[in-house]
Design a binder for this molecule. Structure first.
Ligand SMILES: Cc1cc2nc3c(=O)[nH]c(=O)nc-3n(C[C@H](O)[C@H](O)[C@H](O)COP(=O)(O)OP(=O)(O)OC[C@H]3O[C@@H](n4cnc5c(N)ncnc54)[C@H](O)[C@@H]3O)c2cc1C
Length: 378
């Protein structure tokens, strides 16, 4: 069976690797270079706390328990320095203590080690860390972060080593199809790529790929900025604070994302300049005081309304979707799911709520007139 995977970001690279490893002939296409989309501008945090305390759709909750194990297994299969099991310090304000404790109890009951630290213990882990004595810190010891560009590089190298095809600058602009099947992807250069099945792993561009197959699949696009600091040696773990998240970066500095205060339920304040953000974080990590940002980048999060999109619509079975936020952590899982369903022809029950046809079963809130969807609802 030949499968064309469209998009060589984190998700598409995992999908292509797993399909190849499970016996498919694979061609991985990217409009640009692999790993240069959202996967290059991500905090790429790999954690179970507090995520495993959330009340989630049962299928997703069940799969979540396997995410870390899949990374551990991948490290045995694909060479590369892409996962860093650094641990995470979850740092909260005093008023968050009870909520964070409750979440810690729930994830501990699922086998995850989460330690509550005193301020003094936290300062021992991150020398110079400026936290107040009544602030709270929890340490998820088995968590970490992924180097997004490096994991894509490693997967692509392994795919090519095992005989899979990876094509750069292969921009998909349309499909040739019958009423029930996609027959070929058409590329901008005028060529065609035929296959038995196609995977839409185009991240923030996935709605465009869907539209080329006459499917209307909505996606929220939420920009987030990462600021990269000068090299400092004092932070070796992920620090997830109430307003920002920082992780070590391969450059030797930190990659930092300003999230906004706890009152801001959305994903992205993004409002501060890179220098203001570093000045603010320097009040907590003094080693950053007086330093300038090295660079910053914007990633566009692909956030499907209602959760990940995994699977195909029943009337076009050979266009398979693997589109999700959290696509660094979930990448290996979507690779396994695509391989299982496309090659084994067995429907994975945990994916039932993630099927793309759900968008055809509920009204799309787009409005009757051209711009009334933009009206503020009071
Ligand atoms: C600030 C920020 C913080 C984040 N934090 C986390 C986190 O802590 N943990 C986590 O797991 N996730 C996190 N995410 C989300 C995560 O980064 C994304 O979910 C993930 O990178 C998406 O991967 P992807 O492979 O779907 O998309 P991408 O990496 O964007 O890859 C899509 C690829 O498709 C290609 N493409 C597009 N159109 C076409 C076409 N027509 N033809 C051919 N190729 C095409 C593009 O060139 C691109 O390479 C964060 C994101 C941001 C922005």
């Amino acid at each position: 069976m030949k499968v064309v995977v469209i998009g060589a970001g984190s998700i598409g690279s995992h999908v292509a690797f797993r399909l190849l490893e499970r016996g498919a002939e694979v061609e991985l296409l990217d409009a640009a270079e692999p790993g240069q989309g959202t996967s290059a501008s991500s905090i790429a945090w790999l954690s179970s706390y507090p995520q495993m305390s959330w009340e989630e759709e049962p299928g997703k909750a069940k799969l979540r328990g396997e995410v870390h194990r899949l990374f551990e297994e991948l490290e045995q299969e694909v060479p590369g320095d892409y996962v860093h099991w650094s641990g995470t310090l979850m740092w909260g304000y005093r008023h968050e203590r009870e909520e964070l404790r409750r979440a810690a109890e729930i994830v501990r009951s699922k086998g995850i080690e989460v330690l509550e630290l005193t301020a003094e213990e936290a300062r021992r882990q991150v020398p110079g860390l400026q936290l107040l004595d009544d602030e709270v810190v929890f340490n998820e010891t088995g968590s970490g972060w992924v180097d997004g560009p490096e994991i894509v590089r490693s997967l692509v190298t392994e795919i090519e080593r095992r005989g899979g095809a990876v094509r750069r600058g292969a921009h998909v602009v349309g499909f040739d199809r019958t009423s029930e099947r996609i027959v070929a992807a058409r590329l901008r250069d005028g060529s065609r790529v035929e296959a038995d099945a196609f995977v839409n792993a185009a991240g923030s561009w996935a709605s465009h790929i869907a539209a080329m197959a006459d499917l209307a699949i909505p996606l929220d696009l939420i920009p987030g900025r990462i600021v990269y600091t000068a090299p400092i040696g004092s932070v070796r773990q992920v620090i997830n604070g109430p307003e920002w998240c920082a992780r070590p970066d391969p450059s030797g500095g930190l990659a930092v994302h300003w999230r906004g205060g706890p009152q801001d339920a959305s994903h992205g304040a993004n409002a501060r300049s890179a220098q203001e953000l570093i000045d603010e974080i320097a009040t907590a990590i003094p080693a950053l005081a007086g330093t300038a940002p090295v660079r910053s980048s914007i990633g566009i999060r692909p956030v499907p309304p209602g959760g990940p999109i995994v699977g195909a619509v029943p009337w076009l079975r050979n266009l398979y979707f693997t589109v999700s936020h959290g696509g660094i952590g979930w990448g290996p899982m979507w690779g396994w799911m695509a391989a299982r369903e496309l090659l084994g022809a067995d429907d994975v029950p945990e994916l039932a709520a993630m099927r793309p046809e759900r968008f055809y079963l509920e009204a799309i809130a787009i409005g009757r007139y051209a711009d009334d969807a933009e009206q503020v609802v009071r």
